[in-house]
Write a protein that binds this ligand. Sequence first.
Ligand code: ZN
Length: 263
Amino acid sequence: MALSSCRLAAWLWEQLNALVTDWTQVVDAHGAVGRVPLLLDQVEREEVPEAWDELWDRLFLHGETVSAASFAALPRLAALAPACAQALELASAIVRGTLRHPDGETLLAGCSNEVDRLRELVDQRLRTRPADYNRLFGDLLALAGQYHWSASLGDFADDFYAVSCPGCEAEVTIAVGAYGCYAAIRDWDQGDIERRSLRPAPAEELRDPGRWMHATARRDGQQRLAEGIRYVFGRAECPACASVFNIAEAHTATSLPPALEAY
Ligand SMILES: [Zn+2]
């Protein structure tokens, strides 16, 4: 039994590798084969804005749909990324979409070197404190395998997270931002009622991934982001049952994205 499982895994791995390397078999978001490699040829030769537009459309349709072609394109995009911001952005966007494809994690495992390199490039960009810091921070989280936080972390200007209390399953709204940092029950007529102040984690007590996320934001002078992370990785008191719970754990349990259909 174990042997046949191994053989099956090896066979699957071969098929996936073949899928990644043989462009005639790789279908893009529009169900086409062959178009993406031609576009990559073009942008490798020169800067062609229309080619980039079409690549975004075929590899990251509507800003959310990734396909086998998206992952197959990663090595070439990663090779372009050090000198081309478009390539870095598109490659990172594809990695952000990993969980949106049923085989995403397996396909991504085939280009772990490229992902490491992309992560390094994004980290370098973050150190320069760019205007689009928060988007790039989301890219970094995805490239570090933190897809859930990449998708859900805001900028803490005015963020709300819906979590289910692990004690009583009440739906608790967690607010972190200018309106305050509290746990509450959201009432459609009265707004957030029965508010309880959040208990942010002291920086030295943070555990990964919160510790690493906080340290990165602090390193780059992003105080609001760093403070927000201490809140999200801290604790809240449930207004309904008064139990105190870990917000990050409750949020992860509540909102892990379901596997989506294949494209
Ligand atoms: Zn509760």
